[in-house]
Design a protein around this ligand. Structure first.
Ligand code: HEM
Length: 101
């Protein structure tokens, strides 16, 4: 299993807006080949960040999605929304799951 997390660096006041923009994403990610799970995580503490967590059958499935039109479409919307809620940055974490349920 391959796990990819995107940590979104958004000021506290912009986080509700960003969270709402992911409202339809579970439904969309359900239909992506090889995607086993999707979560949008809101932090308990303000000094931590919001995280997009995805789990994949393989690295290849993840890469196919990153190169797909649906990825491009989702992130095109992001650029259009930047003025409303700027993501000041982000950090991507990619992992091979060594042990899991
Ligand atoms: C390059 C930097 C990236 C930034 C700043 C970013 C930020 C965002 C934002 C703000 C959205 C919501 C789009 C909107 O409605 O406005 C979005 C969608 C999404 N992002 Fe990213 N993203 C990036 C790359 C990635 C990567 C590498 C992943 C891999 C885990 C990822 C996973 C997702 C998922 C699963 C969605 C929802 C897709 C959907 O609804 O179809 N993002 N991203």
């Amino acid at each position: 299993m391959y796990v990819v997390m995107n940590e979104l660096h958004v000021p506290v006041e912009g986080r509700e807006n960003v969270a709402n923009r992911f409202a339809e994403s579970s439904e969309k990610m359900k239909h992506v080949p090889g995607c086993l799970d999707f979560m949008f995580l809101n932090p308990e503490e303000d000094d931590n960040f919001q995280i997009v967590l995805t789990k994949w059958e393989s690295k290849e499935d993840y890469e196919a999605w990153v190169n797909s039109d649906s990825f491009k479409h989702a992130h095109k919307k992001r650029r259009e929304n930047l003025d409303k809620s700027p993501t000041s940055g982000n950090k991507i974490y990619e992992y091979h799951a060594r042990h899991h349920l």
